[in-house]
Design a protein around this ligand. Structure first.
Ligand SMILES: [Zn+2]
Length: 304
């Protein structure tokens, strides 16, 4: 009897041990209280990273969304995790990470709730959890560090293959000259960082120490940046969506936001590419972007 039952009991245990949800992922899980579909990983740096479109889960009790975009931003969840690990290696600190683990066909956290969840209560709860976790991270960063940076991480496959940085300025607005674009600073998701940084708005956006310039120098062409100020007429470009509007500093607060839309080839497509990008991103933020604009390197807060 036991001889038969034992292997039967053992099998699920073995399956669990070798399932793709590794022990590493389990220890990344947030404390009790969160819903099953949103993962919140607390951080120790003034950096908040969210990935709304990198989820895989398609539970049967949430109907498929109708009408909106439903494509996943492939490997953006993995990118967020790779970036977090790289920061931990380099600085000993970690960014706050918020992941929607539902596939976009079930929930789109980068839209207002009606279009995002289409009236399904489980999807609506997950949407609320996702945004509440970003706000929780934001409140902690503002309280502990005074100010910080929010990156909403996405993927696109536009043919130019550039990283599209969204500050809530349209492609046409990015093409404005220095004087005209400076007048737009107050309506961007980096409104507060512009006031805080000694750099001019133009320099923050496309000057030598802009995020675009720093990533350009690592081999990742960005728009906007010093090389490409704006998309050409007819080129697709994402200026920043709901997350960037709501959680950046446009409407107040000291967490400034940038939507980072990564191309697939060379950035998201393979683990080594994702790790290379994570290294470059971590290096430029830590050693250049934060010192230039926040007045200090990006590192964990020292005990007083
Ligand atoms: Zn997206």
């Amino acid at each position: 009897m036991f001889a038969h039952r034992f292997p039967l009991l053992l099998f699920p245990l073995l399956a669990l041990a070798f399932s793709p949800v590794s022990a590493k992922e389990k220890e990344d899980k947030a404390p009790a209280g969160q819903g099953p579909y949103i993962e919140y990983i607390p951080g120790t740096l003034p950096l908040v990273i969210s990935a709304p479109h990198g989820g895989y889960l398609k539970p049967g009790d949430i109907p498929d969304r109708i009408g909106g975009k439903v494509e996943q931003d492939s490997f953006t969840q993995e990118m967020a995790r790779a970036i977090r690990e790289e920061f931990q290696k380099r600085t000993g600190g970690t960014p706050y990470v918020i992941l929607c683990r539902l596939h976009r066909v079930k929930l789109d956290c980068n839209r207002e709730i009606k279009e995002a969840a289409q009236g399904n209560p489980t999807a609506e709860k997950s949407w609320r959890d996702y945004h509440a976790f970003i706000e929780k991270a934001k409140a902690e960063v503002e309280q502990k560090f005074g100010a910080g940076l929010y990156i909403d991480l996405h993927g696109q496959r536009h043919e130019q293959g550039r990283i599209e940085l969204g500050y809530l300025l349209s492609g046409q607005e990015l093409a404005l000259d220095d004087d005209a674009i400076t007048k737009q600073a107050g309506k961007t998701s980096v409104r507060e960082l512009d006031q805080r940084s000694p750099a001019s708005f133009v320099d923050l956006l496309r000057g030598e120490v802009s995020l675009g310039a720093l990533l350009d120098a690592k081999g990742y062409t960005c728009v906007p940046g010093p090389t490409v100020h704006a998309p050409a007429e007819g080129e697709l470009y994402f200026p920043g969506g709901y997350d960037t509007q709501i959680h950046g500093s446009r409407d107040g607060g000291t967490l400034s936001g940038i939507q980072m839309e990564c191309p697939f080839v060379g950035v998201r497509d393979t683990k080594p590419h994702r790790e290379n990008f994570a290294k470059a991103f971590c290096e430029v933020l830590t050693t250049q972007y934060f010192p230039a604009h926040f007045g200090k390197p990006l590192g964990p807060q020292k005990a007083p």
